[in-house]
Design a binder for this molecule. Structure first.
Ligand code: ATP
Length: 264
């Protein structure tokens, strides 16, 4: 791990619930990630976790603040340059049913980022190779899966397709927004193992957005705890879990241990 991969400075965001009612969702969020680092962004529902992921990925715009990706300020960047960098930031969503187009075959879904980002344009053979490689990296045998449709796959397989789609351009950073929340426990761990494997093999970093702290324990290098749009605590994962400082973090951790002690 070395230079900053991502640096967020004073991110602020409000939404209008109605023309006259504005709600502050992110107050003044700043944090950074190193190359190769896996950071867990945790906090209760509504804390603003997904909004941060959506702003970094460009799906949402911030009211103010800076997003520096390998030193480039994303929000002020010209569309063309931002598109080039977009290859290096991919997103995996919570719901693979919604995220994958039902009318596209698996190979078309996985190849989509290559089309959008014009990678290996005109080189169909190379694109097919990249798609096969991405499918293999998530343990899906290309010959068996390439010509199927999402509805022919299980939930776990579909989420692995979502991951292959994110891996296909070999991004530096994956924003993973609750990617495991619709899977059962053993499939959750499978997905985490696959993500960890890409981290070890390719140096892929993750901003792992979750309220499942148990999953962060073996996966994340560091945790950022968000409450009502503000970072209340940050530190190495085990430090935060074993010695939480902020009362809010203590409550989150206590809830985790209560669940574990009751077999949840
Ligand atoms: N497009 C939007 N318009 C209006 N309000 C929004 C919009 N997107 C998010 N919000 C509000 O912003 C707040 C934070 O939402 P966000 O999805 O970032 O939270 P979260 O921490 O990811 O929660 P969860 O864990 O439930 O996904 C919520 O109160 C939500 O209702």
């Amino acid at each position: 791990m070395s230079a900053d991969l991502l640096r967020i400075n004073s991110l602020k965001k409000s939404f209008y619930r109605s023309p006259s009612l504005q709600t502050k969702v992110l107050s003044d969020v700043s944090f950074s990630m190193k190359e190769g680092e896996i950071v867990g962004l945790i906090g209760a529902s509504g804390a603003g976790k997904s909004t941060i992921g959506r702003i970094i990925s460009g799906l949402e715009t911030a009211d103010s603040g800076e997003i520096l990706f390998v030193g480039n300020e994303l929000t002020k960047m010209k569309a063309k340059v931002r598109r080039q960098l977009a290859k290096d930031i991919q997103m995996v969503f919570q719901d693979p049913y919604e995220a994958l187009s039902s009318r596209m075959k698996i190979h078309e879904i996985v190849a989509e980022p290559l089309h959008i980002l014009q990678i290996e344009k005109g080189n169909l053979e190379q694109r097919t190779q990249l798609v096969k490689e991405a499918l293999r990296s998530v343990n899906l045998e290309p010959d068996y899966y390439m010509n199927r449709y999402p509805h022919e796959l299980s939930g776990g397989e579909r989420q692995r397709v979502g991951l292959a789609r994110a891996f296909v351009c070999k991004p530096k950073l994956i924003l993973a927004d609750e990617p495991t929340s619709m899977l059962d426990t053993s499939l959750r761990l499978d997905l985490i193992r696959l993500m960890k494997k890409m981290n070890e093999q390719e140096g892929t970093s993750y901003l792992f957005i979750t309220h499942d702290i148990a999953l962060t324990r073996d996966f994340c290098d560091r945790l950022i705890v968000l409450k009502n749009g503000e970072i209340v605590e940050t530190g190495e994962t085990l430090d935060v879990i074993m010695n939480p400082v902020h009362p809010y973090t203590k409550t989150l951790i206590e809830a985790l241990f209560i669940l574990e002690n009751h077999g949840g």
